[in-house]
Design a protein around this ligand. Structure first.
Ligand code: HSE
Length: 304
């Protein structure tokens, strides 16, 4: 018995919603094939060039599957063929795709016995291997699709938000920022006036998404707490943000903990000119990069 899934990249935080908002992308995505085995434990066969740990306890997919197997003693073991396209450390949820994809696949092998929320719990064991903390703002959108709000992690409370079809342009400058480091540099205390601005923006963004109010979405894509600290690590960040908004993008910012930057647009034409601006900025800086023009993925991990 065997199952193959595609597992999407995701953008965590969505600018103002640090650790509580995220959305899934149509591209890029990883491909995972899972087969039930009579041999105990998890065997990982990697069919990509990323050289990730093959030991299941140290591997994001492996750790998530071990958590799953613990809850399903009827399955002795699993063989995983892993083909990643989402580069680890790029800030578009590579580890979440690894964790989410395999638990959705495993659940399919047992006729979708577990609800999605339970799959997020299993997948968080994988995310912890990658970043040292359990956060769900990449995993939840990867599993649910669309935009998700994680109102709380303990206890887990996930609210899918009905988002409009928006274009997403991503640039991944080829520098590596470790999530753990990008979390360590954050301030532990914030001013009340900043908190008020931030929760105004989060509420505005959620309302804007639900009502398809593009102006409101644009006004709310502002982060006065995390971005000022983290953006210093990303060359060209401010220039890209200003120029892309001038070109008609609704707004955007750091994708997850970076270094990728994302911008939301209402038309493909704007999304393409945003890509051009991103390319020009990094060509000028002399930094290698990848870009993607894609859309919000409303489906999440998909059975192929
Ligand atoms: N919310 C997390 C962070 C996402 O920004 O640290 C990491 O991908």
């Amino acid at each position: 018995q065997s199952i193959t899934v595609s597992s999407p990249a995701t953008v965590a935080n969505m600018v103002c919603g640090f650790d509580i908002l995220g959305f899934a992308l149509q591209a890029p995505y990883d491909i995972y094939t899972l087969t039930i085995s009579n041999e105990k434990g998890i065997k990982i066969i990697q069919e990509d060039a990323f050289d990730l740990p093959a030991n299941p306890e140290e591997n994001v997919s492996g750790a998530a599957l071990l958590a799953f197997l613990e809850a399903v003693p009827e399955i002795p073991g699993l063989i995983l063929h892993s083909k990643k396209n989402i580069k680890p450390g790029s800030g578009i949820g590579s580890s979440a795709a690894s964790a989410a994809g395999v638990v959705v696949a495993a659940n399919h092998l047992i006729n979708n016995y577990f609800p999605k929320e339970e799959l997020v719990r299993f997948a968080m064991f994988g995310e912890k291997v990658a970043s040292g903390v359990k956060h769900a703002d990449n995993i939840a959108p990867a599993i649910y699709g669309g935009v998700t709000l994680i109102r709380s992690i303990f206890p887990l409370d996930i609210i899918p938000i009905q988002a409009p079809d928006l274009y997403v342009t991503i640039v991944h400058p080829q520098i590596e920022i470790r999530t753990a480091d990008a979390r360590q540099i954050l301030k532990q205390n914030i001013l009340l006036k900043d908190a008020i601005k931030q929760w105004g923006n989060i509420a505005g963004l959620v309302a804007g998404l639900i009502h398809h109010d593009y102006d409101l979405i644009g006004r709310s894509l502002e982060d006065v707490i995390i971005e000022p600290v983290r953006s210093i690590l990303i060359p060209g960040f401010n220039e890209i943000k200003i120029k892309c908004k001038e070109a008609g993008a609704l707004g955007g910012g750091i994708s997850g903990s970076g270094p990728s930057i994302f911008m939301l647009s209402t038309t493909l034409q704007i999304a393409n000119s945003v890509e051009q601006i991103m390319q020009e900025v990094y060509n000028q800086i002399g930094l290698a990069y990848n870009t993607y023009v894609t859309t919000i993925n409303h489906e999440g991990v998909k059975i192929l």
